[in-house]
Design a protein around this ligand. Structure first.
Ligand SMILES: NC(=O)c1ccc[n+]([C@@H]2O[C@H](COP(=O)([O-])OP(=O)(O)OC[C@H]3O[C@@H](n4cnc5c(N)ncnc54)[C@H](O)[C@@H]3O)[C@@H](O)[C@H]2O)c1
Length: 352
C-alpha cells in the first residue's frame, strides 16, 4: 500500500473548490489542510470539504509541516511570494495561472523550481480539454499539412451580466479589474489560457506579436471603493508563429452572449481544425482531404485525457519534475503577456 500524498490547499476562494473536487477523486491523495488569510472563509471551506486542519497563514502551515504538496489557489500577486516559500520548504507545488504578474517574477519561480528537484506545474486548465490534445496530435501527425493561419479567442461576458456574480460589488471580481491589486486584466487573467490553447493546439510557439489593449469606462471615475478599475478588459493580438503561420488571438470580458468560450481554428494547406470549449462541453471538427473541396466539416470523437490534477499527483509519485505544463512554460507565456503590454505603448510589433 502506497503512502497517500498529503495535499494542502492555499487560498480557499472560488477556484479552490474546483481543485478539491478534482483532487478528492484521486485515490491516493489526502487533502490534509487548508490555508486562507480570511478565517471565516477557511473554516467554511474546511467544513464543506471535510478538511481536518486549517491555518490563517502559510508560515503557520509550514511550521506544522505535515504535508507533501500544495495547490496554490491564491490571487495572482500572491503566487510569487508563497510559491517561493513553499519550494524553499521542500514542497511540490501546483500553482494557479498566471504564474506571476511579470516575466521577471515568473522566470525566477521557474529557475528556483528547476533547481529544487520538486514537481512544479501551472494549472492551465484547458489542457484538460481532450479535443485540444487531439487537435495537437492531428497537427503533429500532418493531417492538415502546413499550418498557415490560426485564429483563437477567449470570450467572457461577466462585465455585462450577473451570471457569475456581481462584479461591481464582489471583491473576487473587483481585484481582477485593478492593477494595484495585482491584475493584468483580461490579458493576465485569460490571455495566458488562450495563448496556451492556441500554441498547444496548433503545436507551435508564438514568435512575434503586436497587441492592443483597452479598458472601458465602468464606473464614475473608473473607481469603486479601493479598486481603480484600470486593468484592461479587452485585447486583440496579431501573431506570427515559429512554424511560419499568421494568427489572430483576442479576448474580452465584454463578449455579450458568451459566458466562457474558447475557440481555436487552425488552417493548413491540406485541411483545417476547429476546437470549441464552453461551459456546456467541447467539440472538435475537421475539414480534411476531399472535404476541402466542398468545405465540409465533420465531428471528431476523442478519448478522455488525464487532468492537470492527475498529472501533478502522478508526477510526484514518479519523480517527474519535468511534467507539463510546468513553471518554465508558464514563464515563457508570461514573457509574451509582458511584451503585449509594451506593444500597446509603443504601437509596434515585437519579437518574443
Ligand atoms: N485555471 C483556471 O481556470 C482558473 C479559474 C479561476 C481562477 N483561477 C486562478 O485561481 C486563483 C484564485 O482565483 P479565485 O477565483 O479562487 O479567487 P478568490 O478571490 O475567490 O480566492 C482567493 C482566496 O485567496 C485568499 N488569499 C489571499 N491572500 C492569501 C494569502 N497570502 N494566503 C492564503 N490565502 C490568501 C483570499 O482570502 C481568497 O479567499 C487566481 O490566480 C486565478 O487567476 C484559475
Amino acid at each position: 500500500m502506497m503512502k497517500p500524498i498529503r495535499l494542502l490547499v492555499l487560498g480557499t476562494g472560488g477556484m479552490a473548490n474546483n481543485h478539491v473536487m478534482h483532487f478528492s477523486t484521486i485515490s491516493d491523495v489526502q487533502v490534509v489542510a487548508a490555508v486562507d488569510v480570511d478565517i471565516a472563509t477557511v473554516r467554511a471551506f474546511a467544513t464543506r470539504h471535510g478538511i481536518p486542519n486549517t491555518f490563517t497563514s502559510l508560515d503557520e502551515a509550514i511550521a506544522w509541516g505535515e504535508f507533501d504538496a500544495v495547490t496554490n489557489v491564491t490571487p495572482d500577486r500572491i503566487h510569487y511570494p508563497t510559491t517561493l516559500q513553499l519550494l524553499a520548504a521542500g514542497k511540490h507545488v501546483m500553482c494557479e495561472k498566471p504564474l506571476a504578474e511579470s516575466y521577471a517574477k515568473a522566470d525566477e519561480m521557474a529557475t528556483v523550481a528547476e533547481a529544487s528537484g520538486l514537481v512544479n506545474m501551472v494549472n492551465l486548465t484547458y489542457r484538460n480539454v481532450a479535443e485540444v490534445q487531439k487537435a495537437r496530435q492531428m497537427v503533429i501527425g500532418g493531417d492538415i499539412g502546413r499550418v498557415r493561419h490560426i485564429e483563437a479567442s477567449y470570450l467572457q461576458s461577466w462585465l455585462v451580466s450577473k451570471a457569475w456574480g456581481d462584479w461591481a460589488t464582489e471583491s473576487q471580481w473587483l481585484w481582477r479589474l485593478s492593477t494595484k491589486h495585482g491584475s493584468n486584466g483580461v490579458l493576465g487573467d485569460v490571455g495566458i489560457h488562450i495563448l496556451d490553447f492556441a500554441g498547444y493546439g496548433a503545436a507551435t510557439d508564438i514568435d512575434h506579436i503586436f497587441a492592443r489593449l483597452k479598458t472601458f469606462e465602468k464606473a464614475p471615475g473608473n473607481k469603486i471603493g479601493e479598486y481603480d478599475l484600470d486593468a484592461n478588459d479587452s485585447f486583440t493580438m496579431t501573431t506570427e508563429f515559429t512554424n511560419g503561420a499568421m494568427g489572430v488571438i483576442h479576448a474580452s470580458r465584454w463578449a455579450t452572449g458568451h459566458l466562457n468560450e474558447l475557440r481555436l481554428r487552425v488552417h493548413g494547406d491540406k485541411g483545417a481544425l476547429e476546437v470549441i470549449h464552453t461551459l456546456e462541453g467541447s467539440s472538435l471538427r475537421a475539414c480534411l482531404n476531399e472535404d476541402v473541396e466542398t468545405a465540409l466539416w465533420r465531428e471528431i470523437e476523442v478519448d478522455p485525457v488525464e487532468t492537470n490534477y492527475q498529472k501533478f499527483i502522478a508526477a510526484i509519485r514518479s519523480g517527474n519534475t519535468l511534467q507539463e505544463p510546468g513553471f518554465r512554460h508558464a514563464a515563457n507565456l508570461q514573457k509574451i503577456l509582458d511584451l503585449a503590454m509594451i506593444t500597446e505603448v509603443e504601437r509596434r510589433e515585437l519579437a518574443v
